[in-house]
Design a protein around this ligand. Structure first.
Ligand code: F6P
Length: 328
């Protein structure tokens, strides 16, 4: 039987991403639109365990749509991995008379939410927020577009100095398990070579393509490497290997790191987050639970949390082909 909900909670969990504030705003404003009460939970599941919960309304989320980070803070909670931790979390939800919850985060946060739902039957909906774009059931996760633009902007600058000195740069971008940022920022910035975790290019082929590119008259080169790429042990090792084997190259390394997680969200991420927040609240009102909101072919859709966690968001073969053709 459908249980009518009166009060909704929202939290951000796991690694932050630009646009999370826009998603929080959307959830709170949607709750207000549908005459529901709402609260924010600070620091994800850890804050829930500790009862770090604050009442919110449409006005408490003004002027945050343009801000990076998350006003609710975020955390990874070891305690929530335990039955006792999840029981404390549940007790706090009951104490605050919360009927349903929206979790903005990545697959780790969704796994926690799914186990929590199985144990306590608590209604919850996930919104995918991570710069890695590695979640099944959505073409885009919140923050990915902004991170891509940040990466391209910086790589363009590196290109300037690479070109002035006729140097080869290895630029490491984020993506522990996924090459979405590397592949798309690499194409966008005109990288000569792109290394991603999904495809081990092999050191020999890397040397061959760099040699070919030098012979073809290129004076500077950029190789964009995803953090999780397996071609070498890490980007520094890759750079030394190339320097040893192609001594004619002057090689430098630049690791972009956490700057990719910050900054004002792009308009795309703000709109995506706004759409996802509305959809999440409407699903809860409709009595739905254990689903993740996604956007596929510009349509808002849902995927079972279990499926979103287990299935893999694959890199497009067509984009890979484009990247190969562009590096000729
Ligand atoms: O947000 C995802 C991600 O950026 C990964 O690509 C990266 O490996 C990881 O977060 C690092 O996160 P943290 O430094 O917070 O552990």
């Amino acid at each position: 039987m459908k249980k009518y909900i009166k009060k909704i909670a929202v939290m951000t969990s796991g690694g932050d991403s630009p646009g999370m504030n826009a998603a929080i705003r959307s959830v709170i404003r949607s709750a207000s639109y549908y005459k529901l009460e709402s609260v924010g939970i600070y620091r994800g599941y850890q804050g829930l365990i500790e009862g770090d919960i604050v009442k919110m309304d449409a006005r408490s989320v003004h002027h945050i749509i343009q801000k990076g980070g998350t006003i609710l803070k975020t955390a990874r909670s070891d305690e929530f991995r335990t039955i006792e931790g999840r029981k404390k979390a549940y007790d706090n939800l009951v104490k605050h008379e919360i009927d349903a919850m929206v979790i903005i985060g990545g697959d780790g946060s969704f796994t926690g939410g799914m186990i929590f739902n199985q144990e306590h039957g608590f209604p919850l909906i996930g919104i995918p927020g991570t710069i890695d774009n590695d979640i099944y059931g959505t073409d885009f996760t919140i923050g990915y577009d902004t991170a891509l633009n940040t990466a391209v902007e910086v790589i363009d600058k590196i290109r300037d100095t690479a070109s002035s000195h006729n140097r080869l740069f290895f630029v490491e971008v984020m993506g522990r398990d996924a090459g979405f940022i590397a592949l798309n920022a690499g194409i966008g910035a005109g990288a000569e070579e792109i290394l991603i975790p999904e495809e081990n290019m092999g050191l020999d082929r890397l040397l061959m393509t760099l040699e070919r590119s030098r012979r073809s008259g290129k004076t500077s080169s950029l190789v964009v490497v995803a953090e999780g790429d397996k071609t070498g042990a890490n980007v520094f090792e890759l750079a030394s290997y190339v320097e040893e084997n192609l001594p004619e190259y002057s090689v430098r390394v630049s690791v972009l790191g956490h700057m990719q997680r910050g900054g004002a969200p792009s308009c795309f991420d703000r709109v995506l987050a706004s759409r996802m927040g509305v959809k999440a609240v409407e699903l809860l009102i409709d009595g739905k639970t254990n689903l993740m909101v996604g956007q596929l072919n510009n349509v808002m859709v849902t995927t079972e949390l279990e499926k979103a966690i287990k299935e893999h968001h694959s890199i497009s073969k067509e984009i890979l082909r484009v990247s190969d053709i562009m590096s000729v």
